[in-house]
Ligand binder design. Structure first.
Ligand SMILES: Cc1ncc(COP(=O)(O)O)c(C=O)c1O
Length: 402
């Protein structure tokens, strides 16, 4: 039967493609530490479940395509605490941050339009752009520079009449980089100069460590019309399966266009929205506690990575990922070898190979992303396995004696 070009050209998730090998290893009785995905192991706040149980309607009706008022108001309140001010009409509730990104791209891009994205980037950005007919134009960032942005002139060179927006996750998945105020202002300058949107993906905003200063694009005064905030409860409240996110922007014309997409998919799960609206009641205490947990995990992971020979990794300032360059010939080959051929004390690890976060051919070959949203014990054991595995791999596969 016929299959569309769109479907054929779409990639499978590079983060999930090693899962069958991990399942096989588990079937062989090996304990696999999964440091590959961003699924937090932290308990979702009770308030979410209270909200769920308090739902007392006798019919599960469609809700407003914009999202339920109670939830929109709870987001407005939570942003106020961070000096970001939105009105009800500035917000559309979406099925996770994923739909927020997708609908925004669909509303601003024609076939063949360009979106600038700092590379390496969250791999689903490629898929969302593909849905919208847009192409990613990568902004090169380097591990040696902790993946901070290049100079303004370098970014300007990438801009053509087809460029519509700069999309960036801040803090970054996959690198943990938090952009400085200067970088945020520079992106703002570029956006104004070339009349671009800024698609500010802040789904990790609550996870910034060591009092690293944070500047949201929503804090910059004269950018209001071009900034689109993309957010979600998935990571902030450890509620990935609830599928609640949002688009927030002061650009009324754009929001009116995006609303058409929201109406076409009718609504976001009514009950999950009611549950999510109740999260506001635990926001501060919960997030502070979780941030502390992630910080400890980050410190532990980084302490190991930093002391392993020939690993290059800068300490992640935010999110729950570390991106490292390993002393291996191919991160992809190493990741497969870990699952198919290696175990230490009946344990091995599942990691996300770097090339999956790059569009540019040949980049990230030796890099991997580690997620630290798993337990301290698992991180510690995984790092012990990694240290041993690197020695064995370099000797047996690469022929390097140390
Ligand atoms: C940077 C970034 N943006 C958006 C998302 C989408 O999250 P969700 O659709 O669960 O809200 C993710 C998920 O991992 C992410 O890492």
């Amino acid at each position: 039967m016929h299959i569309s070009k769109r479907a054929m050209e779409m990639n499978y998730s590079p983060i999930r493609k090693l899962i069958p090998l991990a399942d096989d290893a588990r079937k062989r009785g090996i304990k696999v530490y999964a440091l590959n995905i961003g699924q937090p192991n932290i308990v979702t706040p009770d308030t979410f479940f209270t909200g769920l149980h308090n739902y007392s309607e006798k019919i599960v009706k469609y809700s407003d395509s914009r999202g339920i008022e109670k939830l929109i108001e709870s987001f407005i309140e939570s942003y106020k605490k961070n000096d970001t001010f939105f009105e009800k009409e500035d917000i559309l509730i979406t099925q996770g941050g994923s739909e927020a990104i997708l609908f925004t791209l669909m509303a601003i891009c024609n076939e063949g339009d360009n979106i600038l994205v700092p590379e390496p980037f969250y791999s689903n950005y490629s898929s969302f752009c593909h849905f919208a007919g847009a192409e990613i134009v990568p902004i090169e960032t380097k591990i040696e520079n902790a993946f901070h942005l290049p100079k303004m002139e370098e970014i300007e060179k990438l801009i053509t009449p087809k460029t519509r927006a700069i999309l960036l996750s801040n803090p970054s998945n996959p690198t943990g980089t938090v952009y400085t105020k200067e970088e945020v202002l520079m992106i703002g300058e570029i956006a104004k100069k070339y009349d671009l949107y800024i698609l500010a993906d802040e789904v990790y905003k609550q996870f910034i460590y060591d009092a690293t200063p944070y500047t949201s694009f929503t804090h910059i005064k004269d950018l209001e019309e071009r900034v689109v905030l993309l957010d979600s409860i998935s990571k902030h409240y450890s509620a990935c399966g609830a599928r609640i996110g949002l688009i927030a922007s002061k650009n009324k014309e754009l929001m009116a266009m995006i609303l058409k997409f929201c109406q076409a998919r009718l609504c976001v799960s009514t009950i999950e929205q009611h549950a999510a609206a109740n999260l506001i009641n635990t926001m501060e205490s919960y997030v502070e506690d979780v941030r502390e947990k992630y910080k400890n995990r980050r410190d532990l992971l980084f302490a190991y990575l930093d002391t392993m020979p020939e690993i290059l990794c800068s300490k992640p300032a935010g999110s729950f990922y570390a991106f490292a360059k390993l002393p291996v010939d191919s991160a992809e080959k190493f990741a497969r070898w870990l699952l198919k051929e290696y175990s230490y004390d009946n344990q091995t690890i599942l990691i996300a190979p770097g090339p999956g976060f790059y569009q540019t051919e040949g980049k990230g070959e030796q890099e991997v992303r580690f997620s630290f949203c798993t337990s301290v014990d698992d991180i510690e054991n995984a790092m012990i396995v990694l240290r041993r595995a690197l020695k064995v791999y370099r000797k047996d596969v690469m022929g390097i004696e140390e």
